[in-house]
Design a protein around this ligand. Sequence first.
Ligand code: NAG
Ligand code: NAG
Ligand code: NAG
Ligand code: NAG
Length: 352
Amino acid sequence: MFKAVPSFLKSPAAKVAYVFLFIELVIFGLWIKDNAKANVTGYSVVTVNATFANYFLEYKIGEQFDSKRCDGKQLFVFVITAVKLFDQRDLIRKTWANKKHLQDAFIVFIVGQPKSRLHEELLLKEKELYSDVVVTNIPDSYNFTAFKVHAGYYIHNTYCAHVPFILRADDDIVTLPDRFVHFIKTGYFGNEDKAIFGILLRNTQPVRDPNHKWYIPMDYYNQSTFPTYVNGPAYLMTGKSVEAILEKTKETTFFWIEDVMFTGLMAEKTQVKLIETLELFKFHCNKRDANGVAAFNSWDHVGYCMREVGSCDKAGIPYVTLISHAPAFQRPDIELAYSDLVKVRCNESSAK
Ligand SMILES: *[C@@H]1O[C@H](CO)[C@@H](O)[C@H](O)[C@H]1NC(C)=O
Ligand SMILES: *[C@@H]1O[C@H](CO)[C@@H](O)[C@H](O)[C@H]1NC(C)=O
Ligand SMILES: *[C@@H]1O[C@H](CO)[C@@H](O)[C@H](O)[C@H]1NC(C)=O
Ligand SMILES: *[C@@H]1O[C@H](CO)[C@@H](O)[C@H](O)[C@H]1NC(C)=O
């Protein structure tokens, strides 16, 4: 069992907290019994009805969010993650979401319903230690990701609507929230009312192989391509876009691949502009093999290599702000990608 204990529970503060754990567990056990239907870890529960034209899910968020927590912030970051990835969240807190990157940004991790008592208990401790985990009773499986994203939108729109920008992020990206804030403050994103910034995917075809993770049967979606949409692992959006999406879900046929649905299938209805921002969202490898081909490429899952120099803005801040898919949750890769991202230097012509 101790192997399964995440590293944050080994800190001295956590050890002190153990003394209280037993008592809490008894109380918590009673609470869970009383809330057998709700079954969400936390102290008070908010019910959200995510309604689509053909489908709805009533889910619960395990807390009454305090709006003050995001006061004065420029960026609201929500990270989609699974309950069991305790160490992954810890690693994110130690790297790109550490305090120095969050001066003007605010982060929450959105998780689904814990599947075991142990996980419920660990989440409760994690919430107490960091106050950045939002526990829900959304099924903690891949095809319910759309509802975790919905929960991120909902929390921004209900409690943090005064924060002008939102970053939707997977838990395997590496970014620098303070760098995004810099670009927000310097007007990089212009005066867009409803816009999503990121990597646009055009003419993507639905996967028709029944064995594939992203299989789409013809009777679920019968067009040969998806509309242009913004690549899901990470995109930046204005507050008004979030509001517009939440307003229009009722008129939208549910589609479980959430980036396709929220940013593509809904784009016409919401009038949200999709803006390609490769400078920030796509890093280009500058290591070449003997044939002059990039040695690693983040997009083919072979690995990644960070460009060592990049173009910068007038203030000398490199544009590159995000790496998607640090390969599959490996601890060293998040650390490596983070250390590479903070090391990028401005190239000579932009240093002038
Ligand atoms: C949630 O929305 C659905 C569809 O509109 C409705 O049938 C259901 O009663 C709603 N639930 C609540 C609690 O309002
Ligand atoms: C997810 O998959 C399960 C099992 O195939 C299915 O019952 C469920 O309806 C799916 N959920 C969504 C939101 O598509
Ligand atoms: C595709 O689906 C739509 C809506 O479900 C339907 O109206 C249309 O006839 C379908 N087209 C084809 C070619 O099956
Ligand atoms: C160097 O920076 C300048 C100005 O930001 C940019 O236009 C140019 O493309 C960059 N060159 C390289 C090789 O990155």
